[in-house]
Design a protein around this ligand. Structure first.
Ligand code: ATP
Length: 249
């Protein structure tokens, strides 16, 4: 039996001055080594779930267990072992690419020599070696997105959480990012991937969890979920079948 990289039990969160929980009694398990697509329409509760999973937000009820540790008791340790690339680019625009990455390396508590070798490795993988001394605010959307991802990976986390990792990038950058994620999975890293781009989820995710209105409506391996709905030819059809066609605002 595979072990879980993440286990959420009965997670509930309601924001102040709202009349409905954003996440309601949500339980899910993410096996080690999975690429887990956390999918759902706008306002479904994905970001709220991810923030609780990263220890950035405290649930009203329920427990978060990451890499065998309890978030309430070992939050600091967990945060050092995970990598998070948020949808909002979290870089210093007036620093160079290299300076940005070095800053993140220091934040993770890595020794200087290790930071430098990791930076060199990732600059090469993501095709940014030539741009390492350029100021980030001169970068294209695709370059910023790749750098944002590199900053989340520098310390070789066992669990990587990516929120819309290809938002605003061109086809080439997207392809590079998705190929890289496949390689990362083959090295045994667990990846949580939250996105609205279902073709990408279809391409890279081994497991899916679909949430709507704060509740998990289906979860499992992609093959099993698709197999249970033979009337759906692709993930988009399945998604619309399970979450409906009403527009969410
Ligand atoms: N700070 C907040 N205060 C009040 N309500 C919030 C806050 N943040 C989110 N919500 C509400 O909580 C619910 C879940 O939002 P959340 O951002 O988690 O969904 P999401 O699935 O990530 O959506 P999207 O795909 O649009 O990013 C929504 O109804 C949203 O309006």
């Amino acid at each position: 039996m595979s072990t879980s990289a993440v286990r959420l039990d009965g997670l509930t969160k309601q924001y102040p001055k709202t009349n409905k929980a954003a996440v309601s009694n949500l339980s899910l398990q993410i096996p080690e080594g999975a690429v887990y697509g956390l999918l759902g329409p706008n306002g479904a509760g994905k970001s709220t779930t991810v923030m609780m999973l990263c220890g950035l937000m405290r649930p009203d009820a329920g427990t978060v267990n990451v890499l065998g540790m309890n978030m309430q008791e070992q939050g600091t340790e967990i945060r050092q072992k995970i990598g998070v690339a948020s949808q909002e680019i979290a870089l210093f625009p007036t620093l160079t690419a290299y300076e940005n990455l070095f800053y993140f390396g220091r934040m993770y508590g890595m020794p200087g020599a290790m930071i430098r070798s990791q930076i060199d490795k990732y600059l090469h993988i993501f095709g940014l070696t030539e741009k390492s001394k350029k100021i980030v605010h001169t970068f294209s959307g695709g370059m910023k997105r790749r750098l944002n991802l590199m900053a989340a990976l520098l310390h070789q986390p066992k669990l990587v959480i990516l929120d819309e990792p290809t938002a605003g990038v061109d086809v080439q950058s997207r392809n590079m990012i998705l190929d890289f994620l496949k390689d990362l999975k083959s090295e045994g890293t667990t990846i949580i991937y939250s996105s609205h781009v279902l073709e990408e989820a279809e391409r890279i995710c081994s497991h899916l969890g679909i949430i709507d209105e704060g509740t998990l409506i289906t979860e499992g391996t992609r093959t099993n979920i698709m197999g249970a709905h033979p009337d759906c030819q692709n993930l988009e059809q399945l998604f619309l079948k399970l979450t409906g066609k009403n527009i969410r605002d």
